[in-house]
Write a protein that binds this ligand. Structure first.
Ligand SMILES: Nc1ncnc2c1ncn2[C@@H]1O[C@H](COP(=O)(O)OP(=O)(O)OP(=O)(O)O)[C@@H](O)[C@H]1O
Ligand SMILES: [Mg+2]
Length: 461
C-alpha cells in the first residue's frame, strides 16, 4: 500500500485529506508542523509527501530541501496559493515533483499522486531495482486491425521464438515501447526488462549506464556498478531513441551485438551478455546513415528484424477501438465511469491529424475524464483539441461558429467577442485572477486594462 505523508498546519484540511486518501487505499500519516513532518518522514518513510508551503514553524522550502537531502528521489507535491505563481515556479525549480493549488481539487490531487508513484516506480525500474509489475503485456494489449498491424502481430509472434535483435520505428507515441514490452513478455517474461533512453543522458554517463564501471574508473565512481546489459540477465534491454547515440558509443554497441560481450568502463575482463536487444527510433535511420550520423554497420546489425508502426492518421479504423480500450484503462486507474465520447467528438477525432499519435489520444482522454461532468465526453471536455482543429479550420474560413448579438441582431465585433470570452474564463476559474491570466495568455496589467475597458467588475468573494 503506497504511503503518503500530509504536512499541513490546517487541521481540518489534514483530516479531510486523511479520510479521502485512506478511502482511496493509501496508508496516510499527517503532521501539523514542519518539525513533526520531518520526524514523521524519517519514521514513516512515505512514497509521496503532500506539503503545504506555509507552515507556522519552518518554511516549506526549507522542509523541501531537508526532505530531498534525506531521500534524493522523494516525490513532494506542494500545496500553493493560486495567486502566487512565483512560489509555485520556485517550488518546481527546487525539486518539488508537482504542485496543487488551494483550494485542493481531489481529482487533481489524485492524478498528481498517481503520477508521482508511477514516476518512482519507473525510476526504480530504470535503476534495475524493480522488475516489471505482474501486469501481462499480451499481443491483445495492442489495438490494431488493419493489414499493416496484422503483419506486425505476426512479426511479434516470430521474433518471440528467439532472441533476435529488433528495430522498432514509428513516430512518437505510436506504441514502440508497448511493442517492445510485448515482445519481451512473450520471450522471457520472468527476466528483467530494462529501458534506457539514449537521448536522456550525457555520453559518458550513458556508457557507464550500459556497460557498468569498475571502482575508481572516473571521479565519482565510488564502487563497482553493473551496467544495464548485465543487469538484464536473460531479459531485454530496450534502447530508446537509438538515433541519439554518439558515433563513439555506436562502435561499442556494435561490438556488443557482434561479440555478445562487454567490458566495464575502467575494467579489463570481458563479461558475457545474454540479454536481447530491442532498439527504437522515431527518426529514419537510413537518412542518418546517409548523412554520416549513424554507422551503417550498426544499422544493418540492428535492422535484422524491423517493425515500422504506422502513424495513427494512417489507421483511422483503430481510433474507435482505441478510445474504448483507453477509456476502460482510464476508468480503472481514475475510478471513473466514462462510457465513451459523443458522436460529434468522434467525428472530430476521425478528421484530426494526431501528430502525437496514441499517446496524444491517451493524454487527451485522461484530461477529459478528469474534468468531465457527464459519462459521455463531449466537445467542451477537449478544449486543447478544439483550439487546434478550430484554428486550422478557421484559417480557411470554416469551422468557427459566427455569433449574433441578440440585442443588435448583428454579428459580434471583435471587442464583443473578447469581452464575452474574458467573462467566460473569469466565471470558469471561479474568479481566479492568476488562472484567468494564464488561460488568456496575458499579463496582469493587460488584464486590468481589459477589465476597465469592458467595465467588468472583478472582486473575489
Ligand atoms: N496499439 C496500441 N494499443 C493500445 N495502446 C497503445 C497502442 N499503441 C500505443 N499505445 C499506448 O499509447 C501510449 C504511448 O505508447 P508508447 O510509449 O509505446 O509510444 P512510443 O512510440 O514509445 O512513443 P515515444 O516515441 O513518444 O516514446 C502508451 O500508453 C501505450 O500503452
Ligand atoms: Mg517511447
Amino acid at each position: 500500500m503506497p504511503k503518503i505523508l500530509v504536512i499541513d498546519d490546517d487541521s481540518s484540511s489534514c483530516e479531510t485529506l486523511d479520510l479521502y486518501l485512506t478511502e482511496e487505499g493509501y496508508d496516510v500519516s499527517t503532521a501539523l508542523t514542519g518539525t513533526d513532518g520531518l520526524n514523521k518522514f524519517v519514521k514513516f518513510e512515505p512514497d509521496v509527501v503532500i506539503l503545504d508551503i506555509r507552515l507556522p514553524d519552518i518554511n516549506g522550502f526549507t522542509i523541501l530541501e531537508d526532505l530531498l537531502e534525506e531521500k534524493e528521489n522523494v516525490k513532494v507535491i506542494m500545496i500553493t496559493a493560486f495567486h502566487d505563481m512565483e512560489t509555485t515556479i520556485r517550488a518546481m525549480k527546487e525539486g518539488a515533483f508537482d504542485y496543487i493549488h488551494k483550494p485542493i481539487n481531489v481529482d487533481e490531487l489524485e492524478v498528481a499522486i498517481k503520477k508521482a508513484l508511477k514516476t518512482s516506480e519507473m525510476e526504480m525500474k530504470i535503476d534495475g531495482l524493480l522488475m516489471e509489475p505482474q501486469r501481462q503485456f499480451k499481443v491483445g494489449d495492442i489495438i490494431g486491425s488493419g493489414t499493416v498491424m496484422r503483419e506486425i502481430f505476426k512479426t511479434i509472434g516470430v521474433v518471440s521464438q528467439s532472441k533476435t535483435t529488433v528495430l522498432i520505428g514509428g513516430e512518437s507515441g505510436t506504441g514502440k515501447e508497448l511493442i517492445a514490452k510485448v515482445i519481451h513478455h512473450n520471450t522471457s517474461p520472468n527476466e528483467p526488462y530494462i529501458a534506457v533512453n539514449c537521448s536522456a543522458i550525457v555520453e559518458t554517463l550513458l556508457e557507464s549506464e550500459l556497460f557498468g564501471h569498475e571502482k575508481g574508473s572516473f571521479t565519482g565512481a565510488i564502487g563497482r556498478k553493473l551496467g544495464k546489459f548485465e543487469l538484464a540477465h536473460y531479459g531485454t534491454v530496450f534502447l530508446d531513441e537509438i538515433s541519439e547515440m554518439s558515433l563513439n558509443l555506436q562502435v561499442k554497441l556494435l561490438r556488443v551485438l557482434q561479440e555478445m560481450e562487454i567490458v566495464r568502463v575502467g575494467g579489463k575482463d570481458t563479461v558475457k551478455v545474454n540479454a536481447r536487444i530491442i532498439a527504437a527510433t522515431n527518426k529514419d535511420l537510413m537518412t542518418l546513415v546517409k548523412e554520416g550520423k549513424f554507422r551503417d554497420d550498426l544499422y544493418y546489425r540492428l535492422n535484422i528484424v524491423s517493425i515500422i508502426i504506422p502513424p495513427l492518421r494512417e489507421r483511422r479504423e483503430d481510433i474507435g477501438p482505441l478510445v474504448d480500450y483507453l477509456l476502460t484503462k482510464i476508468n480503472l486507474d481514475l475510478h471513473k465511469r466514462i462510457i465513451g465520447v459523443s458522436d460529434e467528438m468522434m467525428d472530430i477525432f476521425m478528421k484530426y491529424q494526431w501528430p502525437g499519435n496514441i499517446r496524444e489520444l491517451e493524454n487527451l482522454l485522461v484530461r477529459a475524464a478528469v474534468v468531465a461532468k457527464s459519462q459521455i465526453l463531449g466537445r467542451s471536455d477537449f478544449p486543447e483539441l478544439l483550439e487546434t482543429t478550430d484554428g486550422r479550420a478557421g484559417a480557411s474560413g470554416k469551422g468557427l461558429d459566427s455569433i449574433f448579438n441578440p440585442e443588435s441582431g448583428k454579428l459580434l465585433t471583435l471587442d464583443e467577442v473578447e469581452e464575452l470570452y474574458i467573462r467566460k474564463i473569469i466565471r470558469e476559474t471561479n474568479k481566479n485572477k492568476g488562472e484567468t491570466c494564464d488561460i488568456l495568455g496575458i499579463s496582469r496589467p493587460t488584464f486590468e486594462r481589459k477589465l476597465e475597458k469592458y467595465g467588468i467588475v472583478f472582486e473575489r468573494e
